[in-house]
Design a protein around this ligand. Sequence first.
Ligand code: DQA
Length: 143
Amino acid sequence: MVKKILVIHGPNLNLLGEREPGVYGNLTIDDLNSNIIDRAMEQGLECEIFQSNHEGAIIDKLHAARKTFDGVILNAGAYTHYSYAIRDAIAAIKIPVIEVHISNVFARDGFRSNSVIVPVCKGSISGFGFGSYYLAVQALSEL
Ligand code: DQA
């Protein structure tokens, strides 16, 4: 059976390309999404992509994913650092969730070094630009 993966982009990632290009680059979320879909296809995976700026919408999507997807790639944006609600949603579902970040969160402001979600994620990939997502696609394909 073909593995299905879900990619969730959290808050402010809709503004990729415009937002702090020195940190996040000049490419847009559409560029990123088409690259993710290409990588997933290369690995023989089906892929859906979702973006929201709202904590509750991300939680609803995680809950819904538990029945229909085999794994999730989650860039929770700033929610990473303080959303216990997203952490609990990840803990509540059995499918693997991989935390990703475009930037190296350990090399930036102090508050970004703390992830409240990583203890309930399968693993975390940070600092490889858009490559963080591609590495996560590879990791899910091998799980
Ligand atoms: C981010 C890092 C977070 O600290 C930040 O709040 C983001 C993006 C990243 O992809 O590097 O919105 O998750």
